[in-house]
Design a protein around this ligand. Structure first.
Ligand code: NAD
Length: 266
């Protein structure tokens, strides 16, 4: 028996096999969930379809989370095919390249607003559409990063979008709790993916994360998938409105003894 037998999970944000959303899909599928996938644009279909087919996914549909009609169509199709939804995973982020590098003070207003819209406000848009499909309760989750709470050079617009996403998580949790719908955010350590590659200096950030984390290792898609599985299942039944870290402990470090690190490396 799987932890998610009989559950329907809709995941937004699988672009390729490196996507964190794909790690989530695999973990939820492993414990018995039926997986439905939504991807951003038609040209991703050739990558997403074989992945979905490999886990028996019968629902794969394009939707831009900036477009109301496309989101409506996905939720209508889910309602028609499954009649309900138990888990919603938002693994979506977007920022213009100019918003992911350079001086923060020079950030263009349009770039900042589009990053917040697609990466954070879209969670409200998806949650509102999911709610009627979760009459017996459910679990909604999204992906955040600690640049929301401490400065990480170059994250600029995405850092602000993640701060908004974390606040949105609390407010949605407060609204939806009565209906037993839980809303949480997973704060993942740095992982090499398509989106992450757009951040200036990401390679150095990976190296830094590995050497400064208490556990001295990086996080994988599967690590995130297993936390998503916990959040999707009844094991987390009284947890809502939280930001939960899976980062080998990186976020707890306020200071790293650089000299000790150099000595260790020699
Ligand atoms: P990814 O590029 O694989 O996933 C991002 C997804 O967002 C893609 O599938 C992309 O198509 C989708 N997307 C972008 N604009 C969209 C739109 N308008 N409509 C619908 N979908 C859209 O990269 P990822 O690293 O797997 O990112 C997934 C989530 O994890 C993001 O929220 C990201 O910020 C977060 N995250 C990533 C890291 C990391 O280091 N990779 C760390 C912490 C959090």
């Amino acid at each position: 028996m799987g932890l998610l037998d009989g559950k329907i999970a809709l995941i937004f944000g699988v672009a390729n096999k490196h996507s964190i959303g794909w790690g989530i899909a695999r973990a939820l599928h492993r414990e018995g969930a039926t997986i439905a996938l939504s991807y951003a644009m038609d040209r991703l279909e050739k990558r997403v379809r074989p992945l979905g087919e490999s886990i028996g996914c019968e629902f794969m549909m394009q939707a831009d989370v900036g477009k109301a009609a496309e989101m409506d169509a996905v939720f209508e199709a889910v309602a028609e095919k499954y009649g309900k939804l138990d888990v919603l995973a938002h693994s979506v982020a977007f920022a213009e390249r100019d918003a992911l590098g350079g001086r923060f003070v020079d950030l263009r207003r349009e770039s900042l607003l589009s990053a917040i819209d697609i990466s954070a406000v879209s969670l409200i848009e998806l949650a509102r559409r999911a709610e009627p499909l979760m009459p017996a309760g459910g679990s909604i989750m999204s992906l955040t990063y600690n640049a929301s709470r401490a400065v990480v050079p170059n994250y600029n617009a995405m850092a602000v979008a993640k701060a908004a996403l974390e606040a949105i998580t609390m407010y949605l949790a407060a609204d939806l709790g009565r209906g037993k719908i839980r809303v949480n955010a997973i704060s993942a350590g740095a992982i090499k993916t398509l989106s992450a590659g757009g951040i200036a200096g990401f390679r150095d950030l990976l190296k830094y994360a590995e050497v400064t984390a208490p556990m001295k290792e990086l996080v994988s898609q599967d690590d995130v998938g297993d936390l998503a599985l916990f959040l999707a299942s009844d094991l987390s039944r009284r947890i809502t409105g939280e930001v939960i870290y899976v980062d080998a402990g990186h976020n707890i470090m306020g200071y790293t003894d650089v000299e000790a690190l150099v000595n260790e490396a020699e």
